[in-house]
Design a protein around this ligand. Structure first.
Ligand code: NDP
Length: 632
């Protein structure tokens, strides 16, 4: 334990057993047998929830038939990075297909008031050194992020490669030509040697499947399709048309935390329906010092990104370059992880003790493993104490900032900090001090029903003019349903069939039965707090493989059965390290709505992103493409 962590736990003012019990009670009351099925699919009568509010409808264009080396599906950061890294590898024959009217992906859709990124911009926005772009603040906002996406599009000439406002419908493998046939809703037919699927892990909005959801006669929309024509204002707020409106917000996740302060400021009355409170820590945004950025040595951004993700993974670093709420939380948790790392001195000592030599090896190793197990258990306990301490501070913040004691109590999160996405905001909690704002605490149960006039909880009907769903996005559902298109691989095997009993991939990127394909996403891959970091690493990896295949005259590449099975086994083994933690967590999309053991391979690589991407780099350095079946 570090001396700082020791001091904290020595001065603690909480009872760990009581907190553990409280966390368990709060979790148990939220666990539901229906898990992901509690949500209705946004299709059929609900499909208007995903209409694009940012375009002028009516675009027409001729259908395109084209042979192309690579089709990239998705124009978010993943698709843009893939295009950038392909070009760096000399691959310029690609077409990028995007359903939105512009680049940006999640940032194209999520323009709700207050939308911004709470990962530091110097880490989150990729390729800053390549573009020379200087974010205005430590934490960028939606407008600047979209502006930056356009900077990237210009820098890498993406417009000339893109089919915007175009939705992929089907992707079908054709063995005879060794190409994928990609068809779209505009009648396009593309034949591609490779397909990169970068369709976004949080792409498909979800709605609660609650009685009466189709009955409400007022106005409704999902936060990812904000209706400024109804509310007035823009992503910075000023929702002037709500001054005579009663508004309900369903959900209190990271999105609600950012838009509620603006709704509170503008609406005549605001009802926030809460099932589980988010943890809200200090944000403290700051303007960028342009001198600081201009004085950074070459390679600074990669170093900063790696430093950030290393701290997030508990890997030892010499200094914390980012120094914000995220890194503080993780330093706090992993403060003593260095104790588990075999130092040179310790290795030397083990050598002397015979840990690595002949007959004494077995005894030495047994002792070493016992020592490590004891150390590990000790570390787990220390991390739990650090977590309790941190969450006590988060809960105390609610008491400090909220006048009404009952409301403050309702807004306190009772779970381990990383059970849900931590939030950082300096105005959200204070919104509940306003007379026009009511927190409806559903005590873990969620809203009961919708009526023609409003929202029901606990038998009370709250009459409103508008309901805004801040209920997040599908995560654990069928891949094709989320992507919005079907994929049929070798012998017509669909991706839904392939993964119906759980995901199977090689390195999270390639899947047997789907040759010449790359799937970008966190599952079975490195899960990073700054998702753009993972997308860039995946892009570099995909570009490397395609380049190697071209150089070797290979026209077909597929993960081998053995490599895929081995990777799934690795993912499951690594997932066991976090299984107890996830099981004890309040339900949410991080732990498959509390159903942790269902398809245990449907998770990210449990060794952390730094370990994962080092493994990928090592694989590339070897240059043997081990685990892939190659055909010329
Ligand atoms: P979330 O899935 O995080 O939140 C959905 C919310 O809806 C939860 O509070 C959930 O409650 C609530 N909910 C669901 N059903 C009901 C119901 N029947 N009654 C009442 N409440 C209900 O979605 P978000 O859009 O908030 O965030 C999604 C992700 O987007 C984040 O986790 C983050 O990764 C990303 N994001 C990042 C931001 C950034 O700064 N970089 C900002 C915003 C989003 P419960 O918790 O009980 O399930």
């Amino acid at each position: 334990m570090t001396s700082a962590a020791m001091r904290e736990s020595d001065t603690r003012s909480f009872d760990p057993d009581a907190l553990r019990e409280k966390y368990r009670i709060e979790r148990d009351k939220r666990i539901r047998a229906d898990g992901n099925d509690q949500y209705v699919e946004v299709s059929g009568d609900f499909s208007h929830y995903v209409d694009d509010p940012y375009i002028t409808p009516g675009l027409t264009r001729e259908s395109i038939t084209r042979d192309v080396e690579v089709v990239i599906i998705g124009g978010g950061f993943g698709g843009m990075l893939a295009a950038a890294r392909l070009q760096e590898a000399g691959i310029t024959d690609f077409t990028l297909i995007e359903k939105g009217g512009g680049f940006g992906g999640t940032w194209y859709w999520n323009r709700y008031p207050g939308a911004s990124c709470d990962i530091e911009a110097y880490v989150y926005l990729p390729l800053l050194e390549e573009t020379g772009f200087i974010p205005q603040q430590k934490y960028t906002n939606a407008e600047e992020t979209l502006e930056y996406c356009e900077v990237l599009a210009q820098r890498y000439g993406l417009h000339e490669h893109a089919l915007l406002q175009t939705q992929v419908k089907k992707v079908v493998w054709q063995e005879s030509s060794r190409r994928w046939q990609v068809t779209t809703d505009r009648g396009d037919v593309l034949h591609a040697r490779f397909v990169i699927h970068s369709n976004g892990p949080l792409n498909r909005p979800k709605l609660p499947g609650i009685k009466g959801i189709d009955q409400f006669k007022g106005h409704t929309f999902h936060t990812s399709r904000w209706d400024y024509a109804y509310t007035g204002g823009n992503t910075f707020g000023g929702l002037s048309q709500l001054s005579d409106k009663r508004v309900a917000v369903i959900g209190t996740g990271a999105t609600a935390v950012q838009c509620v302060p603006h709704l509170a400021e503008s609406a005549k009355a605001l009802y926030v329906f809460q099932r589980t409170p988010s943890s809200i820590d200090v944000r403290n945004n700051q303007p960028t010092d342009p001198n600081w950025i201009s004085q950074q040595p070459a390679g600074w951004q990669k170093r900063r990104q790696t430093n950030f993700e290393s701290i997030m993974s508990g890997a030892p670093v010499k200094e914390d370059l980012v120094g914000d709420g995220w890194t503080e939380a993780f330093r706090n948790l992993f403060g003593s992880i260095g104790e588990l790392m075999p130092s040179k001195a310790r290795l030397a000592m083990w050598a002397v003790q015979g840990v690595f030599s002949s007959k004494r090896r077995e005894r030495g190793l047994r002792q070493y493993l016992t020592d490590r197990a004891i150390q590990y258990m000790g570390l787990i306990q220390k991390m739990e104490m650090a977590d309790f301490n941190k969450m006590e501070k988060v809960r105390a913040r609610a008491d400090e900032l909220i006048a009404d004691k009952l409301t403050a109590e309702s807004l306190k999160p009772y779970y381990r900090q990383f059970c849900k996405r931590p939030c950082f905001h300096d105005e959200y909690l204070q919104s509940f001090n306003r007379d026009n704002v009511t927190l409806v605490d559903t005590d873990g149960q969620g809203v009961e029903a919708f009526t023609e006039k409003g929202v029901v909880f606990n038998g009370d009907e709250y009459e409103v003019d508008c309901i805004i769903f801040a209920t997040g996005f599908e995560v654990g559902t069928d891949y094709s349903r989320r992507a919005g298109y079907s994929i049929a691989g070798v012998d017509g095997l669909t991706v839904s069939e392939k993964w119906q009993d759980g995901m199977a991939t090689f390195h999270g990127l390639q899947a047997r039965g789907f040759p010449n394909s790359f799937f970008f996403g966190p599952m079975q891959s490195g899960f990073t707090a700054a998702f753009t970091y993972a997308l860039d690493e995946n892009s570099i990896h995909a570009a490397y493989i395609i380049d190697q295949l071209n150089k070797r005259g290979v026209t077909r590449v597929e993960a081998s059965e053995k490599a895929e099975a081995g990777w799934v086994k690795t993912v499951i083994q690594k997932a066991r390290l976090t299984e107890d933690f996830q099981k004890a967590c309040t339900p949410g999309y991080y732990n498959n709505e509390g159903h942790v053991q269902f398809q245990p391979q449907n998770t990210f690589y449990g060794g952390g992103p730094i370990e994962f991407f080092a493994l990928m780099r090592k694989w590339r350095r070897k240059g043997t493409l081990k685990g892939l079946e190659l055909r010329r």
